[in-house]
Design a protein around this ligand. Structure first.
Ligand SMILES: NC(=O)c1ccc[n+]([C@@H]2O[C@H](COP(=O)([O-])OP(=O)(O)OC[C@H]3O[C@@H](n4cnc5c(N)ncnc54)[C@H](O)[C@@H]3O)[C@@H](O)[C@H]2O)c1
Length: 364
């Protein structure tokens, strides 16, 4: 075997398993990869929780290189079966419970199951089937928080110090990846990305939530003083970074992904209001979220050294946000279908309220 063949066999995914590919980032990733690599075969393995939406993939349903299988990442037997039946070479994992408020108010058991145990099951599947590479998509929230006046940023060496159940469950998965790499040499890469925005995002998250509410003429709730800072990245820039890491990332390494685009919530809110031609009277300040991290900031120089850079850096944020708002305005059928799921979306909150008299019930 020549050197090139060895490189190819390790770095070029031919049959890719995408776990959680019916959610926001996973959907954008699948669209990007199918467009860019006409010979790549993708299996989208997703449990279809309330956040999974096959409506994201209507336009690729008949693509012979795309297949959907409904399944849970916690189910190792099914993972093994799908991997073997489809000659999978590489895995990327987006599957997770992702809504921070739910993890705080609605109980965190499902978070630990999917975000920690689920990752461990994928690691076992990767190991037992001798796969070439596994990219586990994680979050900058595992690092905890910075103060507003702090000039530091999160690097890959920043200690893991999550402050909320969602982030702690994600950190559990990340630590499993580290342990499997050290113990079993499982070829796994972990990524820590900042807040994403763009098309196909479920409207419980800030940007689509605000757009949906404003389109209905409702006020938008801003937590606390609105000064909490996040680094915002356009989702397509994130998926391009993941494509690069699937090919060129070094197993055992962690990579931060961010656009050096720190913005506070109030700034984003005002930009959305401006794009939609609405006034600041539509803002309603509400009690802050418990344990609300003040600031996240990502140092992405390690992945930039591999050749990645965002197409939507800080200077193009308003343009990216405008394109995102336009996408939601132009995709009325997609928005309408999701709006029908509104009751399901809010069910966790109703259940929580019902259980407030029985604290032991809330943990379930
Ligand atoms: N959205 C962000 O801003 C952001 C930022 C950094 C990192 N991340 C990470 O990226 C990943 C994807 O985030 P997202 O915003 O696309 O999430 P999402 O909530 O939109 O989608 C999650 C998907 O995972 C599926 N899923 C959940 N549990 C599953 C299980 N046990 N088995 C199989 N499928 C399951 C859901 O059905 C859904 O399709 C997550 O791991 C998240 O932690 C997200």
């Amino acid at each position: 075997m020549t050197k090139n063949e060895v490189k190819n066999s390790k770095n070029e995914p031919t049959n890719l398993l995408v776990c959680g590919g019916a959610g926001f980032i996973g959907s954008n990733f699948i669209h990007y990869m199918l467009e860019k690599y006409p010979d790549l075969k993708i299996v989208n393995y997703d449990k279809l929780t309330y956040a999974g939406n096959l409506g994201n993939h209507k336009h690729i349903e008949n693509n012979p290189n795309y297949k959907f299988v409904q399944g849970d990442i916690v189910d190792l037997e099914k993972l093994n079966q799908v991997i073997q039946e489809n000659n999978i070479t590489h895995v990327i994992n987006f599957a997770a419970e992702t809504h921070v408020d739910r993890s705080i108010h609605g109980g965190s058991k499902d978070f630990v199951l999917s975000n920690t145990l689920g990752v461990q099951m994928i690691l076992d599947a990767v190991r037992f089937n001798n796969l070439e590479k596994f990219v586990n998509v994680s979050t900058d929230e595992v690092y905890g928080a910075l103060e507003l006046e702090d000039e530091r940023m999160f690097t890959e060496d920043t200690p893991i110090m999550p402050n909320m159940p969602y982030a702690a469950a994600k950190a559990g998965g990340d630590l499993m990846c580290h342990a499997y790499f050290v113990t079993h040499k499982t070829p796994v890469i972990v990524t820590h990305c900042s807040n994403n925005y763009g098309p196909y995002q479920f409207p419980e998250k800030l940007i689509p939530f605000f757009i949906f509410k404003l389109l209905k003429g409702e006020k938008i709730p801003v937590y606390g003083d609105g000064l909490n800072v996040r680094d915002w990245i356009y989702v397509r820039d994130h998926v391009k970074a993941l494509d690069l890491l699937l090919r060129e990332g070094i197993p055992g390494e962690v990579y931060n992904i961010g656009s050096n685009n720190e913005r506070n919530n109030l700034e984003i809110t005002k930009m959305i209001l401006k794009i939609l031609g609405k006034g600041e009277e539509m803002i309603e300040y509400v009690t802050d979220r418990p344990g609300h991290d003040r600031r996240y900031a990502i140092d992405a120089s390690k992945i930039m050294a591999l050749g990645w850079k965002p197409d939507y850096p800080r200077e193009k944020f308003e343009q990216g946000l405008r394109e995102t708002v336009e996408w939601y305005l132009n995709n009325k059928e997609w928005v309408g279908d999701l709006w029908k799921k509104k009751d399901e979306m809010n069910k966790w909150m109703e259940d929580y309220v019902k259980k407030t008299d029985k604290p032991q019930e809330r943990a379930k």
